[in-house]
Design a protein around this ligand. Sequence first.
Ligand code: C5P
Length: 231
Amino acid sequence: GRPRDLAGRKIVVSAGGTREAIDPVRFLGNRSTGLQGYALARTAAARGAEVTLVAANVALPDPAGATVVRVESAAQLREAVLAASAGADVVVMAAAVADFRPASRHDVKIKKTDGAPEPIHLTKNPDILAELGELRRAAREATDGLAPVDPAVIVGFAAETHDVLANGQAKLARKGCDLLVVNQVGEGRAFGTPDNAATVLVAGGEPVEVPLGPKEDVADAVWDLVALRLP
Ligand code: C5P
């Protein structure tokens, strides 16, 4: 059985992939299925944590023991993650969040026309992971917050195709997280497959290799590292 080393801990996990509306029927999306995030939520609950799972467009059964909040867009995911993060001990951003969204959403379905199609203009979405790091920094400087966002451990995910260590270390520092789980993509791994392999970059520590195996095993390896960093 699993250790109960997350007992009493409040943990937020985001999973899946956001959809950014173009018009009432179309969206910009990505291939994330939510399998890794759901494995994280399930294993954290099994280790005793009180888990809030913020799920973006995931077609999987609710994990046992987790409270599931369903969202669609990056803006909705941001609202739900920030709300759940007040008073949380750990936040894990496993969701694939759209970096951009259409600058305006058409109120009615865009019609097919004879001429050249209208371009879709994009605008930047906020980086939720970086914002969590900023909020934590602000919470540690303030003294009057009632339920501040001040998790002991913030975990990000990153998919990299090359220079995994160099790109990952830069991202870890830029986003102000404690652990960055880097998936090497492009070898039939990660999206939609039951197995995963990762390098976990650790702020102020040595990287930890997690061998190819079920996403539950990758999840447990992440929780082992998280548990070490909890007060
Ligand atoms: O920069 P990149 O998209 O590779 O970073 C991935 C990490 O950042 C993931 O943990 C993802 O959930 C998070 N992210 C975010 N908000 C965004 C984009 C990514 O929180 N707008």
